[in-house]
Design a protein around this ligand. Structure first.
Ligand code: KG4
Ligand code: ZN
Length: 338
């Protein structure tokens, strides 16, 4: 079989990323330029700053990815680019870079949904086995996605308010921790005990939807009430209690969905998949369910990168999906329609 080389481009938020992936599974290069340092002092991503950084970085990152992979434009079969969702001004930089290369070198173009990318990060580790579900937990998304075959996505449930990563970042801000707060809360949680009672939003019986804003408010109120009463709250205990509430709901609903849909695999995806508490609890929950394979990507493939976009693009390309030069950044792109 002729080998397939996909160039992946990702600029939906605050990482400028370009990767080269062979046959949908083998990473030849995966270059990520993070802007976290520039956004830190604002406590979150500033869209205008993100766009400006992408403009400055995209050509450099692109050249580096081609160099590390040891290929030229002639070797590329298709360009996979994140079309949405994300920050429109940030997405536009990647989409326009992809269209320019496509036009200049006559290379086919494939638009990719960012969440499909997070899910397909798992295919860089192991072959996917269907049916499967993926727990997607990132700064912008919390979703349980069912897949019957390659390229088909059914959202079983999603967050009704804050995404899991967003709740982590907001709670971290209350605890005066730097942005992005997820890794800091995770670290702190391991130094404390979950002794502070906090709510868990299970929603209606059998629902796979999530809600984290009530929990986030409960953490903030607990902090403020303690300050008003002149009491000391151990931030590590608060972090541990918050993390336990989040992880409890995520793991319980994932196990329920895996059993109801009788899946062969469960894939973890998105930036919050880097969370050690979540990884440990998921591993423990699926250990007795030996007929279900739990796949957890390494940290580098959990957070935003372009190898995952190339991996998803590879399948879409094989399935015949082609985008044209009319493709635009689509911040509200739906997963189920790709
Ligand atoms: O997938 P990602 O890199 O970007 C989006 O598409 O949103 O996810 C970033 C999110 C941030 O909210 C960050 O705080 C969270 O992932 N995150 C974590 C951890 N590492 C990153 N959340 C909890 N625990 C972690 N260890
Ligand atoms: Zn992401």
């Amino acid at each position: 079989m002729k080998e397939q080389i996909i160039l992946g481009i990702e600029t939906s938020c605050d990482e400028t990323a370009v990767a080269v992936v062979k046959n949908g599974r083998e990473i030849l290069s995966n270059v990520v330029a993070s802007q976290i340092e520039s956004h830190k002092r604002f406590g979150g991503v500033v869209p205008e700053i993100a766009s400006r950084h992408h403009v400055e970085q995209i050509t450099i990152v692109l050249e580096e990815a081609l160099k590390q992979a040891g290929i030229s434009y002639d070797d590329i079969d298709a360009i996979a680019v994140t079309e949405g969702p994300g920050l429109v001004g940030a997405l536009l930089i990647g989409v326009n870079a992809a269209k320019a290369i496509s036009f200049a070198h006559g290379i086919p173009l494939v638009g990719v949904h960012h969440i499909a990318g997070h899910i397909y990060a798992n295919r860089l580790l192991t072959e996917l086995k269907f049916p499967l579900i993926s727990l997607v937990v990132s700064g912008g998304h919390t979703e349980l996605v069912y897949m019957e075959e390659h390229g088909s996505f059914k959202v079983l449930g999603e967050t009704k308010d804050d995404a899991a990563g967003e709740a982590y970042d907001k709670v971290a801000r209350t605890l005066d921790l730097p942005y992005p707060g997820g890794p800091h809360i995770d670290r702190l949680a391991h130094e404390g005990e979950p002794t502070i009672p906090l709510p868990r939003a299970w929603l209606e019986e059998g629902s796979y939807d999530f809600s984290f804003s009530g929990l986030k408010s409960a953490v903030i109120n607990t902090m403020h009430n303690a300050v008003q009463r002149g009491e000391n709250i151990n931030p590590a205990d608060l972090a541990a209690s918050f993390q336990e509430s989040v992880v409890d709901v995520l793991v319980t609903k994932t196990v329920q969905a895996a059993q109801e849909y009788d899946v062969k695999q469960v894939l973890l995806a998105g930036g919050v998949a880097a969370n050690k508490g979540l990884r440990t609890r998921l591993e423990a929950a699926f250990q007795p369910l030996s007929h279900i394979e739990l796949v957890i990507p390494p940290l580098k493939l959990c957070t935003d990168n372009a190898a995952m976009i190339a991996a998803a693009g590879s399948i879409l390309f094989e399935k015949g999906k082609r985008s044209d030069l009319k493709m635009n950044a689509n911040p509200g792109l739906e997963l189920e329609t790709v």
